[in-house]
Design a protein around this ligand. Structure first.
Ligand code: G3P
Length: 218
């Protein structure tokens, strides 16, 4: 399972990357706005900055909602750096754009996916990744992890090459559940990644090891 960080914050990306277990980054317009990155040139520069920190794929989302606009923006984003994956919303024009990008060697991440049907169209269009938003489904009393499980089953059965990228992960339990559901990638906030490390028995055990060492070594 690949680990992506879901943020546009460079410090957090560096911190996760320094752990040595980071495989990529996902961003979206909300995450870019949170970092106050504004203006086309600054946004593009920010994507390149992210690519220069991590080795893996970096999802950069189109703003256009029409086919022609998505194609223009997607080409510009893809040209920024070989690690860029063009993130496209799961709409009618989005699916058409993903098919175009697939046919032209541009990798894509189909985002805002909330159903198996949407995931099917993303895979048929040749998306590199499909991003089901599990936290937002949980928010409306629908089991987000169950959707991951269903998409993984369908993709495996029909041997689709699209990778299931579990998104809108909110906490460590989501990560574990996505792992168990067979997601190819989990994109997580930094606190959820670091949360995986937390265990009181680790802290207590380490304290005891050090105390015993000091008893003998002073
Ligand atoms: O990866 C998608 C993510 O950024 C959305 O997360 O917490 O806004 O639902 P959230």
């Amino acid at each position: 399972m690949k680990f992506f960080i879901d943020t546009a914050n460079l410090d957090q990306i560096r911190e996760a990357n320094d752990l040595g277990v980071l495989d990529g980054v996902t961003t979206n317009p909300s995450l870019m706005a949170k970092e106050n990155i504004r203006g086309e040139e600054n946004i593009k520069k920010h994507y390149v900055d992210i690519c220069n920190i991590v080795k893996g794929d970096v999802s950069a989302e189109v703003i256009a909602t029409d086919y022609e606009g998505m194609i223009r923006e997607g080409k510009e984003l893809a040209a920024l750096h070989p690690q860029i994956v063009v993130k496209v919303p799961c709409t009618k024009d989005g699916i058409k754009a993903i098919k175009y990008f697939t046919d032209n060697g541009i990798r894509t991440n189909c985002t805002l996916v909330f159903s198996v049907g949407q995931a099917l169209l993303a895979a048929k269009a040749g998306a590199t990744y499909v991003s089901p938003f599990i936290g937002r489904l949980d928010d409306i009393s629908t089991d987000g992890v169950e959707l991951i499980r269903k998409i993984v089953d369908v993709y495996n059965y029909y041997e689709f090459g699209t990778q299931v990228l579990a998104a809108s992960i909110r906490h460590t339990m989501h990560i574990i559940q996505c792992l168990e559901a067979g997601a190819d990638v989990a994109t997580c906030p930094l606190n959820a990644i670091l949360g995986l490390l937390k265990h009181p028995l680790t802290d207590i055990g380490l304290e005891k090891f050090l105390a015993d060492y000091k008893k003998v070594n002073g």
